[in-house]
Write a protein that binds this ligand. Structure first.
Ligand code: NDP
Ligand code: GDP
Length: 327
């Protein structure tokens, strides 16, 4: 039975990746950072019904000794580094922490792999945010990077260190340059989940309006459940490499709102307001990915349409609020 170690197992992608790997017969172990609120840890794993099928080990991405100890104990065949301070907006408030966790600490994981067992296959969660102020209309592995936030700069450092460890030490280290991917398990502060949660609250009479920032930015949104498959496929290849993972369709926040409110028969323009509080010091206006390399080399393609994903997210948020109302 192969063993996978996932950092960030309590996050959106960690939960879906665990589900995928369990279905493929893996032993799944996750790095868990201690929380004073132990009762809310693992909510996403519970939501997917797999909390009792994964093992959790205490540690922190910033603590190299914990990573070495865990890798020595667990003896993973594959390590997926998904842990990060992952929210772009927060990265201007906490630029040093973001640099430390999202950037530098990826090298803790690479170092732990190199020191304990360099045969371990490694996946780094890189991001389309690295394209930032886009240099090509459609972004591929060949597009130059232009990061626009402390988060994106930190991700770029981790990305290049992954490339460097591959080239310097021959590690089987791959980076997935994943475009935005969402699901009912997306963090509530990200715009998609904020909108679907807002739609549910407004529909149920719990709120009247929803305040957002820039409605004109566009993103290439896919479903997290589809995207974690690409991660796993990258580690199946003989040679490590970098791959863009995207749908090839870009949609504005405004259009996302129109579809989400429309799903429950509401007109977004009657409810959505804009507030400068949600604008960013520097914006990424457009992201649109070309995933042909992943399609050709991995046989991967996005399966879930934006409309289906939005419907799933709105329905999940309606169910959550109805359950709370029912007490
Ligand atoms: P989430 O924010 O949902 O999850 C982040 C995870 O990192 C959580 O499990 C969190 O733990 C963990 N974490 C944060 N800091 C530490 C730390 N110091 N030590 C150990 N664990 C830590 O992110 P997603 O699942 O959405 O994304 C997964 C990865 O992919 C991230 O690296 C993200 O930046 C990247 N990415 C995501 C994209 C997306 O659209 N979702 C697009 C491209 C890249 P806790 O539960 O304790 O907070
Ligand atoms: P990101 O692409 O990783 O930054 O994902 P987000 O979901 O946080 O943001 C996507 C886009 O939505 C960005 O261009 C934001 O400026 C825009 N946006 C507009 N209003 C909001 C909002 O209220 N919250 C968030 N998080 N983003 C917003």
């Amino acid at each position: 039975m192969p063993t996978a170690l996932i950092t960030g197992i309590t996050g959106q992608d960690g939960a879906y990746l665990s589900q995928l790997l369990l279905s493929k017969g893996y032993r799944v172990v996750g790095l868990l950072r201690r929380s004073a609120s132990a009762d809310v840890v693992g909510l996403r794993l519970h939501w997917l019904g797999i909390a009792d099928q994964v093992e959790l080990m205490d540690g922190n991405l910033t603590d190299l000794s914990s990573l070495i100890r865990i890798i020595q104990d667990v003896k993973p065949d594959e390590v997926y580094n998904l842990a990060a301070q992952s929210f772009v907006a927060a990265s201007w408030q906490q630029p040093l922490l973001t640099g430390n966790v999202t950037g530098l600490s990826a090298v803790n994981v690479l170092e732990a792999v190199r020191i304990v067992n360099p045969a371990i296959r490694f996946y780094q969660a890189s991001s389309s945010e690295m394209f930032g102020k886009i240099q090509d209309k459609v972004q591929s592995e060949k597009t130059p990077f232009y990061p626009r936030s402390p988060y994106a700069v930190a991700k770029l450092y981790a990305h290049w260190m992954t490339v460097n460890y591959r080239e310097s030490f021959g590690l089987h280290a791959s980076s997935g340059i994943l475009f935005n991917h969402e699901s009912p398990l997306r963090g509530i502060e990200f715009v998609t989940r904020k909108v679907t949660d807002g739609v549910a609250r407004i529909k149920l009479g719990l709120a009247k309006s929803l305040a957002l920032g820039n409605l004109d930015a566009t993103r290439d949104w896919g479903h997290a459940r589809d995207y974690v498959e690409a991660m796993w496929l990258m580690l199946r290849q003989d040679k490590p490499d970098d791959y863009v993972v995207a749908t090839g369709r870009t949609t504005s926040i405004r259009e996302f709102c129109r579809i989400a409110f429309g799903h429950v028969g509401l007109d977004y323009s009657a409810h959505v307001t804009t507030s400068a509080a949600f604008l960013r010091p520097a914006e990424v206006d457009v992201l649109l990915g070309d995933a042909s390399k992943a399609k050709n080399a991995l046989g991967w393609a996005a399966r879930t349409s934006l409309e289906d994903m939005i419907a799933e997210m709105v329905e999940a948020d309606l169910a959550r609020h109805r359950a709370k109302l029912a007490g």
